[in-house]
Design a protein around this ligand. Structure first.
Ligand code: GLC
Ligand code: CA
Length: 558
């Protein structure tokens, strides 16, 4: 494997609206991020992904971009961004942006021109298609519900395609001029000093431009999820992504992390091999296992054993090829501690043990803001407290399906993306130190005790544990093993434990996290050393004992 600058680093995701507000409008901004760069540095972060900060009408919270080369005034100015880049660089933090190019916003100048004159060049940047027999061109269902087709304003029988909300028109990747404009825009950011991109919803560009009809799926509305078309045309996306790599990332030795689902043995090389489409892709194995049911409300939690099985399988798939980016949660997920852990470990103790697993897996882990202090789901008391368009749509679907309002609310509390989007908890003051005014989203119920200020100097806090894990990864004595060392699963002694080895050149580390109700033990020959532990664990008489809700990293003697 070719060595790259991003190998062995830990990344952090900022959801900018909710990280830190600097000017008292209740919305996070760039100056807020600048203020907190030393905090990220103290944690040990070396790559920073900032979710979209471009000019946007915020229908999908910035994932609907109206101008790819402008900062939205809500977040600040281009000068603020340049300052952020420079200050991050001083702290050895590489900044990556969010690349949202499956679609733009209906407020983008290209789309406005296209609608005004469907024969103009910009119209060919989109999928404009004639309706069939008074109906939409085909029966695909958008990711946020409803048809992927809406009428071009002012036209009788002309439709445009959108795989997400109707305000997010899809871009026509079959048009080489459009592709070139995207590459130019990316290179413009690279010239500025941006170190890479997180590549949003990109497999959605794998389309069949003839848009045939599809067999209706189990939801019963006569439509078929648009992802089915994408899954059939991965090769189309791969071809475009290779071209993008050649024209942008490779030229700048830039880092790319793909939002890609469906990693399999036969596509590992294509996605993350030395000449793959991306530097890395997120590990969504657990998320995919959770979302096998067609309806959002029908989800069932995974057991620890199921979580272990899918996570370990993904590790084994990539042992010989590339790196995954392990994640516990992101801005599209409820909080990981509330989702993946049994109820008794949905607390600081569980958060630490889960962090041990995530940061010691092979790959480039991404920590999502608040995860490092063990944030759990926020309690929402009514539908009016949610912001996300998907949550509102799914609530409506729950009621349509005959669920009571109370049940629908419970579904959202467990599943909503809003859970990750509530303000970062900095201290115990009013609005948790996030802002001096009422924040745009509800503040988490536990902010009085669950916050950065309470944890930063406490050696037993979740924060201190994350900091120690990241420091261990950077420690020259373990860096090679924790970066390039192989992953090897160990048997699960109680159906509730994730245990594995990281094997480097002449060095073996044992990692274990116990989410059961009883202590477990592993062999650890005399002379082995406890490097990190959370909860209660001990090393004696050739065995390491890990109490319930605890975790360890042990260096085994040869
Ligand atoms: C990605 C983003 C998500 C957004 C969607 C459409 O999945 O992570 O937040 O809604 O793409 O852009
Ligand atoms: Ca602000």
């Amino acid at each position: 494997m070719q060595k790259q600058w991003w190998h062995g680093k830990v990344a952090y995701q900022i959801y900018p609206k909710s990280f830190k507000d600097s000017n008292g409008d209740g919305i996070g901004d760039l100056r807020g991020i600048i203020e907190k760069l030393p905090y990220l540095h103290e944690l040990g972060i070396e790559i920073l992904w900032i979710s979209p900060i471009y000019k946007s009408p915020f229908v999908d919270q910035g994932y609907d971009i109206a101008d790819y080369q402008a900062i939205d005034p809500l977040f600040g100015s281009m000068a603020d961004f340049d300052e952020l880049l420079a200050k991050a660089k001083e702290l050895n933090i590489a900044v990556i942006m969010d690349l949202v190019v499956n679609h733009c916003s209906s407020e983008h100048e290209w789309f406005k021109k296209a609608c005004a004159d469907p024969s103009c060049e910009e119209a060919s940047y989109f999928y404009f298609r004639e309706g069939k027999d008074g109906k939409a061109p085909n029966n695909l269902r958008a990711n946020f519900g409803g048809s992927v087709w809406d009428k071009v304003p002012g036209q009788d029988n002309l439709y445009y395609c959108h795989f997400f909300a109707k305000e997010q028109p899809d871009l026509n990747w079959f048009n080489p001029k459009l592709r070139q404009r995207i590459y130019d825009m990316m290179n413009w950011w690279f010239e500025k000093g941006v170190a890479g991109f997180r590549v949003d919803a990109i497999m959605c560009i794998g389309k069949d431009p003839s848009f045939p009809m599809y067999p209706a799926d189990a939801l019963g509305d006569g439509m078929c999820a648009c992802g089915v078309m994408n899954a059939e045309h991965n090769d189309v996306a791969e071809k475009f992504l290779q071209e993008m790599q050649d024209n942008t990332f490779r030229k700048h030795q830039a880092f790319s992390v793909g939002e890609v689902f469906g990693l399999q043995k036969d596509n590992t090389e294509k996605f993350i091999g030395d000449h793959g489409c991306f530097s890395t892709i997120f590990d969504f194995a657990a998320r995919e296992a959770l979302s096998t049911k067609p309806a959002y409300f029908a989800f069932e939690k995974l057991s620890v054993a199921q979580y272990r099985a899918v996570t370990f399988k993904a590790q084994e798939l990539t042992n010989d090829c590339g790196f995954l980016a392990p994640v516990i949660e992101n801005h599209d997920e409820p909080r990981g501690v509330s989702t993946w852990l049994p109820e008794m470990w949905q607390n600081a103790r569980g958060a630490k043990a889960l962090g041990t697993v995530n940061l010691m897996l092979r790959g480039i882990p991404f920590v999502f803001q608040g995860q490092e202090i063990g944030m759990t789901n926020t309690r929402f008391g009514s539908i009016y407290e949610f912001d996300d368009l998907q949550s509102k749509e799914e609530y409506r679907r729950c009621l349509d399906h005959g669920l009571s309002e109370e049940t629908a609310l419970r579904v959202l509390n467990d599943q909503a993306r809003d859970n990750a989007r509530t303000p970062m908890l900095w201290d115990d003051s009013r609005f948790a130190g996030f802002s001096t005014e009422v924040p745009w989203m509800k503040v988490h119920q536990d902010y009085k005790t669950l916050n950065v200020k309470a944890q930063i100097d406490d050696p037993n806090s979740v924060f201190s544990h994350y900091k120690a894990l990241i420091a261990l990864k950077k420690n020259p004595a373990y860096h090679e093993t924790l970066t390039y060392g192989r992953f090897e699963a160990l048997d699960d002694p109680n159906e509730h434990t994730l245990a594995f080895l990281r094997k480097g050149d002449g060095q073996t580390l044992l990692v274990a996290a116990n989410f059961g109700l009883k202590e477990v033990a592993f062999k650890a020959p005399e002379g082995s050393r406890m490097l990190i532990k959370s909860g209660e664990a001990s090393l004696e008489n050739g065995e390491v004992h890990v109490a319930e809700g605890s975790s360890v990293v042990v260096e085994l003697t040869k």
